[in-house]
Ligand binder design. Structure first.
Ligand code: 13P
Ligand code: SF4
Length: 337
């Protein structure tokens, strides 16, 4: 029994120790959750950390597909998510049935599924990817083989441009949060902040147009970078810019400000918040650790097929920023070392 008199963060740490639980948090989590977690990172880092940890219980403070991925990789471990209703509009944009129908139109194509997908969809894929390694994963597939890339149309367009691959077909899914960050909003902010660098997540509605706009001179090429959330943190540590405009979910600003307090960090769209990520409240995390809810389960047959796709991703090699597991430099800062 942990005393209710203790401050919240101490109660969480004691409850976690009592359960032999490791707390993993995504970069978009509420600041309080990020600060109490053992590790904070992007989706690739969390997948890797889930396999590297030896804790009996993994508490995944993120959205449901992230907790499912942890369970797929560590079926013998108990995986808990503080709110099982924390979904993802992007993951919901394709079902396993839709993917099977798409595959039947392109026999022999390699299927690359972003990790923002359900376990059933991963089970239909050849390999998974995240925003940190999508281009590397696609480049690892023989050039003559067709590729079906899903479900994010903006990340897919970014990967097609980076790899120069014409035989890459992209599913027209999107994340409602990132789609709400518009090219016009980015251009206006960039014009109003001529000294600022721009960090753009490749899922953004403005992500692919940002690349195009650098070509036309509408956006400054030398100041614009397309980065995963882990990549943003790595870039944050070495930037000399006085200000950086960030085009992604606003939870990211917490880690960026800690990584480099000398910089003025500003959201391109301050209303870009993911309501699913924010469902992991301090109260929900405490209930999760105290009562052991909600436990994540994945059908063993589905998990076995999905594991092959996730492990194929991990095997492709260097994850780039945000993908390295490891001990903890200090709590809350693992994602981008
Ligand atoms: P990262 O792969 O950059 O962590 O992004 C995951 C996500 O859900 C973006 O909305
Ligand atoms: Fe899904 Fe978008 Fe939320 Fe990321 S920000 S978890 S892609 S709904």
């Amino acid at each position: 029994m942990v005393s209710p008199e203790l401050p919240w963060a101490q109660r969480i740490r004691r409850l976690a120790a009592g359960r032999d639980a490791v707390i993993l948090a995504h970069n978009y989590q509420r600041p309080q959750i990020q600060d109490v977690a053992d590790h904070v990172g992007d989706s690739l880092a969390l997948a890797r950390l889930a396999t590297a940890s030896t804790a009996r219980v993994i508490v995944l403070c993120g959205v449901y597909f992230m907790a499912e991925t942890a369970k797929i990789l560590s079926p013998e471990r108990t995986v808990l998510i503080p709110d099982a209703g924390a979904g993802c509009s992007l993951a919901d944009s394709i079902t396993a049935g839709q993917l099977r129908a798409w595959k039947s139109e392109h026999p022999g194509a390699a299927v690359v599924a972003y990790v923002n997908t359900s376990a059933e969809v991963k089970a239909e894929a050849d390999v998974c990817c995240t925003s940190a390694n999508a281009a590397e994963i696609v480049a690892s597939i023989p050039a003559r083989r067709e590729v079906l890339f899903l479900p994010d149309q903006f990340l897919g367009a970014h990967v097609r441009r980076v790899t120069g691959r014409a035989n890459l077909h992209v599913w027209l899914g999107e994340c409602h949060v990132h789609a709400g960050i518009s090219p016009d909003g980015l251009r206006a902010k960039a014009a109003a902040n001529p000294q600022a660098e721009l960090y753009v997540h490749p899922e953004c509605g403005c992500g692919t147009s940002a690349l195009w706009q650098t070509g036309t001179g509408d956006l400054p090429m030398e100041r614009t970078r397309i980065l995963s959330t882990g990549g943003m943190l790595e870039a944050a540590r070495s930037t000399r810019a006085p200000a950086v405009l960030v085009a992604t979910e606003t939870g990211m600003l917490h880690q960026l400000r800690q990584a480099n307090p000398a910089v003025r960090w500003e959201a391109v769209n301050p209303h870009a918040t993911c309501r699913y990520m924010k469902m992991i409240t301090p109260e929900a995390l405490e209930r999760c650790l105290r009562d052991g809810v909600s436990e994540v389960s994945v059908d063993p047959g589905v998990a076995a097929r999905a594991r092959r796709a996730v492990q194929a991703m991990i095997a492709v090699g260097p994850a780039g920023p945000g993908g390295r597991p490891g001990g903890r430099a200090r709590r809350g800062q693992v994602g981008a070392r």
